[in-house]
Design a protein around this ligand. Structure first.
Ligand SMILES: Cc1ncc(COP(=O)(O)O)c(C=O)c1O
Length: 383
């Protein structure tokens, strides 16, 4: 008979209740969540085919359609983080040898390139310096040159703090007969976004930023044009878990088991989306804009320079240049250790050059802006 290894021998003894520090999360996400979302998540789970859960799934779909301003039938929450929903968009419409054009102007553009290549697309990149946006002319030139089946763009680049304008791009995509795929991870619930009016064919997002829920259930939507491409595939979707043909049998009328949905994540997402609807999208967008402007004015007073021109600056995520001679990592660490306040450093090309300050969802509030400005002022003055 094999005897169990006592917990104290091999593992560090952890038998007391979970105890995590009370952080204020003002980085690129996750953000703090509304107490109602946390309460919803601690509701005892029902079964994943329980009639009450199926009703909740329908409600999530309707609320997502509202948050995204779309009538797309295929609108669901993917079980997983934003990257899972990102992969779902690519996996369902790419077939080997399809040409995919990705607008790369930051870290997440590169991730799209990497993922699309793994589905054996012929991937071309449209490049732009980190902190800038693509013009319609540049996109038209890219479409003309590469004639892609899919154009993929990041609406809100979390690595740079840039908002890519999307108006007019779908018209170009129709002209060149290609699908428009958009990453809305740092835009949904925080800045104006109109899936149908802007002609977006595929979009994904996450739960942990503008929607104000922990990470783990990620919005996904697909237009009828994209669904047509899915239905006319010559090859099966090369990812079983994210195959919308299978997933819609669970989220749609048939209600066939596919995988066990993360029940409590969906409780949280549903409550977060109810909060979005209660507040109203326009009010929510205005709140994010007003609090971001308060932050930008305060940063200017601290003589800190924003990395992005105001016209294209994201209200959900601000990139601030780290002043000469300042150890950006050490400052962020002090904010965490002394103020329980999280901000982040730069990613990729902007590593060591900027701080990233997020004001997302429940966290986009004036008191949080004043707190981060005061804490930054104190830490910088003590150097
Ligand atoms: C723009 C963008 N796309 C995709 C992702 C990936 O999402 P996740 O980390 O939830 O998998 C992120 C995460 O921050 C992001 O900011």
């Amino acid at each position: 008979m094999v005897s169990t290894i006592p917990i104290s021998d091999r593992y560090r003894l952890k038998t007391s209740q979970l105890d995590m520090p009370p952080r204020l999360l003002l980085g690129p996400g996750p953000a703090n969540v509304h107490p109602r979302v946390l309460a919803a998540m601690s509701t005892p789970p029902v079964g994943h085919l329980d009639p009450s859960f199926l009703t909740l799934m329908n409600e999530i779909q309707d609320l997502l359609r509202y948050a995204w301003q779309t009538d797309n039938e295929l609108t669901i929450a993917v079980s997983g983080t934003g990257s899972a929903a990102m992969e779902a968009t690519l996996a369902n419409v790419i077939e080997p040898e399809d040409v995919v054009l990705v607008g790369v102007k930051g870290y997440f553009g590169h991730r799209l390139v990497d993922m699309a290549s793994r589905y054996r697309a012929k991937v071309h990149k449209l490049m732009k310096p980190w902190g800038e946006v693509f013009s319609l002319e540049e996109i038209k030139t890219g479409l003309e040159k590469h004639r892609p089946a899919v154009l993929a763009l990041v609406h809100a680049e979390t690595s740079t703090g840039v908002r890519q304008p999307l108006e007019g791009i779908a018209e170009l995509c129709r002209q060149y007969d290609c699908l428009l795929l958009v990453d809305t991870v740092t835009s949904l619930g925080g800045i104006p976004l109109f899936i149908d009016a802007w002609g977006i064919d595929l979009a994904y997002s996450c739960s942990q930023k503008g929607l104000g829920c922990p990470p783990g259930a990620s919005p996904f939507t697909m237009s009828s044009r994209a669904v047509d491409k899915l239905h006319s595939r010559r090859t099966p979707v090369a990812n079983w878990y994210l195959d919308m043909g299978l997933l819609t049998k669970y989220w749609g009328e048939e209600r066939v088991y596919h995988h066990t949905a993360p029940i409590n994540m969906n409780y949280g997402l549903c409550e977060a989306l109810r909060l979005v609807a209660e507040e109203g999208l326009e009010q929510r967008w205005q709140r994010h804009q007003a609090n971001a402007e308060l932050l930008w004015r305060g940063l200017e007073e601290l003589k800190l320079v924003s990395h992005v021109d105001q016209e294209f600056r994201l209200p959900t995520l601000t990139t601030v240049r780290i002043p000469e001679g300042v150890d950006g990592k050490a400052v962020a660490r002090k904010l965490l250790d002394e103020y329980n306040l999280e901000i982040a450093g730069g990613l990729g090309e902007l590593a060591g050059k900027v701080w990233r300050i997020g004001l997302m969802g429940y966290n986009s509030r004036p008191e949080n802006v004043l707190l981060v400005l005061e804490a930054l002022a104190q830490v910088l003055s003590r150097r």
